[in-house]
Design a protein around this ligand. Structure first.
Ligand code: ADP
Length: 261
């Protein structure tokens, strides 16, 4: 059993991610290519993960696709909804977690999961860029920063410049006018993070929060958003180093579970 490999690929809106599990438990390879559905990203992520593990496609017991672009990915044995995969992946990466806040490139979801990682209920915002990774990307661009630099800026903030607009387009104008007024960039970044946190917290409260909490998705890599969300909810939030890979991890687990049937 130990040498059975399953691969999960999460074809996201902005990023393609793969995880290969040995025996449904041990991650032996992972890849993350910053190009999502409709690009060469998914194929490159797959090749990278297979090369890392020293495996050929034929050696996989199952290849499972999930994520926004899962149906346009050729070559998967089957596809699984990203909600089920995120629930399963989050439960494996953060054992015991009951509420998962997942913020990706173009949506935000809150999932309630059973202790076994089964999805119990969820709420999702996929209608508006505010409160998603896209909002952070737009703001980072105006500030001439990369999204990976935002957390460090936030950590140095001494205050928060609040953003009152809820719409990304209006918030963009608001940030530009703050810049024209020479506000402290670090405080502005803290305000941008607080704005994302308020929206995610609103979604979580509407669903109902059961502790312990965890966060997945690419935005979980931004410690500034995680801190702002902890403050907003008054609760600790667990984050795995593989947070952005949670969907792919869950897909690889689905592959393992299916192959045992
Ligand atoms: P999707 O599955 O929709 O492609 P992801 O869950 O991969 O989305 O998340 C993408 C988002 O993650 C980006 O919009 C960006 O805001 C954030 N992100 C990606 N890499 C980093 C990083 N190194 N530091 C902070 N945030 C990041």
């Amino acid at each position: 059993m130990a040498d059975v490999f399953t691969l999960g690929i999460d074809v996201g809106s902005t990023t393609s991610k793969c995880v290969i599990l040995r025996g449904g438990a041990e991650p032996v390879a992972s890849s993350l290519v910053p190009a999502g559905t409709g690009t060469s990203g998914p194929g490159r992520a797959l090749d990278e993960a297979l090369a890392q593990a020293g495996l050929a496609r034929e050696q996989l017991a199952a290849l499972v696709a999930t994520g926004y672009g899962r149906n346009s990915f050729p070559g998967a044995d089957f596809t699984v909804s990203e909600l089920s995969c995120h629930a399963l992946g989050a439960a494996a990466l953060m054992p015991g977690v009951r509420t998962v806040i997942d913020i990706g490139g173009q949506d935000a979801k809150v999932l309630r999961v059973s202790s076994a990682g089964r999805l119990e209920s969820f709420l999702m915002n996929d209608k508006c860029a505010a409160g998603t990774g896209r909002f952070l990307e737009v703001m980072a661009r105006i500030l001439e920063l990369d999204v990976s630099q935002l957390a460090e800026m936030d950590a140095q903030a001494s205050g928060t410049v609040s953003i009152s607009s809820t719409c990304t387009v209006f918030a963009e104008s608001e940030v530009i006018s703050h810049l024209a007024n020479n506000v402290d960039l670090r405080d502005l970044v803290a305000g941008i993070h607080a704005s994302v946190a308020v929206r995610a917290a609103g979604l979580a409260r509407r669903l109902g929060i059961t502790a312990p909490l965890g966060m997945t998705g690419g935005v979980a890599r931004n410690a500034g958003v995680v801190r702002a969300l902890e403050k907003e909810l008054g609760a600790a939030i667990a984050v795995s180093p593989m947070a952005q890979l949670a969907g792919a991890y869950g897909a690889a687990l689905c592959g393992w579970n299916k192959r045992k049937e």
